[in-house]
Design a protein around this ligand. Structure first.
Ligand code: HSE
Length: 299
């Protein structure tokens, strides 16, 4: 018995919500096959498209799967995982999250769903911990639940799923450099001023309110980040110009996707999202910098 999966790419943080907000893209992601096998335990049998370890304990899918199986009665069978990577490591659109979430989702399905999708987040987070040293949930939660997700609390884990307004589209450009999440986290300060915190939580509230009320302008006004973006944007080639271009072409808001180097823009309607993609491409063409670009609905 086997299951074939699409493991979606995700955008974490969404400017104001470092480590707590994320969204799921509907047309960018990896593929995975998870199958039952006679051999106990979890084996990664194939990885295509990336140079990643096959050893279960060193692979984010393997670690997430083992974390899940450790909570269940011992099984007299095991699982094999084949991974077809399309999301590049260190791209900022949730490469490790897609693999971690896919593994636990697939195994859960093959076991007859002992866990809810929300329950699976805690296991997928262990894959993130292996990848970046930090068990953040803002990529794995939207990968498993779809739409937008808010991590209201980490301890205890409390994830809220929020539907995306129908006409909201994301444009994501990946300048082809690798930026490890652990490196992008190492530039952050451990303390923030009360003034910045007030601005930031005002915007998180505004963004969530905008999503529920389908108020696109409010969503746009809330997409700001004065805590993380100023420290990380210097690591991303052409960041200021790409962001400026996004706004000039009708974006509601724009910022760093996850820990970067990808840059996202949200817009109302596909036409605007396509126009932003074209304008962003022009910027990187002029800079002679290779890039990859996606326009996606949030799903
Ligand atoms: N919240 C995480 C970070 C997301 O910004 O470090 C990583 O994709």
């Amino acid at each position: 018995m086997e299951i074939k999966l699409f493991c979606p790419a995700t955008i974490a943080n969404l400017s104001c919500g470092f480590d707590v907000l994320g969204l799921c893209l509907d047309n960018a992601g990896d593929e995975m096959i998870v199958r039952k096998s006679d051999q106990k335990g979890v084996r990664i049998t194939k990885i295509v498209g990336a140079d990643l370890p096959l050893e279960t304990e060193k692979n984010v899918s393997g670690v997430a799967a083992l974390a899940m199986l450790a909570t269940l009665d011992e099984l007299d069978f095991g699982f094999e995982i084949e991974i077809y990577k399309h999301i590049k490591a260190g791209s900022g659109i949730g490469s490790s999250a897609a693999s971690s979430a896919g593994a636990v989702f697939g195994i859960n399905e093959l076991l007859g769903r002992p866990y809810s999708r929300k329950d699976l987040v805690q296991f997928a987070m262990q894959g993130e911990k292996l990848a970046s040293g930090n068990a953040h949930a803002d990529n794995v939660a939207p990968a498993l639940l779809g739409g937008f997700t808010l991590v209201r609390s980490y301890a205890p884990l409390d994830i809220i799923r929020i539907d995306s307004p129908e006409e909201l589209f994301a444009t994501v450009v990946h300048p082809q450099i690798e930026l490890k999440t652990s490196d992008a986290r190492s530039v952050l300060k451990q303390n923030v001023s009360l003034k910045s915190a007030i601005t930031q939580w005002g915007n998180v509230g505004g963004l969530v309110a905008g999503l529920y009320t389908k108020d696109y302008e409010l969503i746009g006004r809330s997409l700001h980040d004065e805590i993380v973006e100023p420290l990380r944007s210097v690591l991303i080639p052409g960041f200021d110009q790409i962001k400026k271009t996004a706004y000039e072409n009708g974006a509601l808001g724009s910022g760093i996707s996850g820990s970067g180097p990808s840059i996202f823009a949200l817009s109302k309607g596909k036409e605007t999202a396509d126009q932003i993609a074209k304008a962003m491409s022009d910027v990187y063409e002029k800079m002679n910098l290779p890039y990859e670009i996606h326009v996606s609905k949030i799903n």
